[in-house]
Ligand binder design. Structure first.
Ligand SMILES: Nc1ncnc2c1ncn2[C@@H]1O[C@H](COP(=O)(O)OP(=O)(O)OP(=O)(O)O)[C@@H](O)[C@H]1O
Ligand SMILES: [Mg+2]
Length: 238
């Protein structure tokens, strides 16, 4: 699904330069659920914005679902992004005073999908995140966890090849955060959804099947998590 080779991203800041990514290489297969960890400033968000086709690397190779995206122009990049990527953010980024259903329909409106199909697909996506009963509620009538579910439904409605989430549990209490991780697990289990998420919380990360650690823009470890934490397991610290 993803092939990344020797990826670098250098930001020019006046006289000095920041190497946000410094030769990162890895592959991610379809249906993997991966956590990216690392200290503040280690390059996690930079990596996510390149994977998500929001930005291009300074050098290196990036193949997404068979398409070499490292050299695409803005317009092509936006097209690939719209077709293949679903984004989830820490702060949900929902439209206020707009129902859950309309929030989820929005990406389909941009994609030019007709009214009836738009509604059907948005309802189905809300069903997948367990919010069918709340579809006419506006964000301020929903809990934080429910708002994040709406945001996840919105990210899924285009059936993206990859779901990318930067600190999806960062604005939630730990119990609600775990519920969101269990939702990601169900998407992965029931639909083989590829999920890549950033977290600084190792308990959250241990709900995934693989943990990649970054430091100063380099990958310092990349490990399979053979025993992900599942629903109902007692919380134990390591
Ligand atoms: N647009 C930019 N212009 C200049 N420097 C940037 C830009 N974006 C990020 N950087 C720098 O690149 C490095 C990596 O930033 P990045 O946002 O990827 O870190 P991060 O791992 O996501 O950190 P955090 O955990 O705080 O979100 C940092 O040193 C940051 O200051
Ligand atoms: Mg970040």
């Amino acid at each position: 699904m993803i092939q990344i080779e020797n990826l670098t991203k250098v930001y020019q800041m006046g006289e000095s330069e920041v190497r946000a990514l410094d030769g990162a290489s890895f592959d991610i297969d379809k249906g993997e659920m991966v956590a990216i960890m690392g200290p503040s400033g280690s390059g996690k968000s930079t990596l996510m914005s390149i994977i998500g086709c929001l930005d291009v690397p300074t050098s290196g190779k990036y193949i997404l679902d068979g398409v070499a995206v490292e050299n695409l122009d803005e317009a092509k990049l936006a097209e690939v992004r719209g077709r293949k990527i679903g984004f989830v953010f820490q702060q949900f980024n929902l439209l206020a005073r707009t129902s859950a259903l309309e929030n989820v329909m929005l990406p389909l409106t941009y994609a030019g999908v007709s009214g009836k199909e738009r509604q059907d697909r948005a309802m189905k996506a809300l069903g997948r995140v367990g919010l069918a009963e709340r579809m006419y509620h506006a964000p301020n009538e929903l809990s934080g966890g429910q708002q994040q579910r709406v945001a996840i439904a919105r990210a899924l409605v285009n059936e993206p090849a990859i779901l990318l989430a930067d600190e999806p549990t960062g604005a939630l209490d730990s119990k609600t955060g775990v519920e969101i991780m269990e939702l990601f697990q169900s998407l992965y289990k029931d639909h083989g959804q590829t999920v890549i998420l950033v977290t600084h919380d190792s308990y959250v990360a241990r709900h995934t099947n693989r943990i990649i650690k970054l430091s100063d823009g380099q990958i310092v470890s990349d490990e399979v998590n053979a025993n992900p934490i599942k629903a109902g397991m007692p919380r134990t610290e390591v």
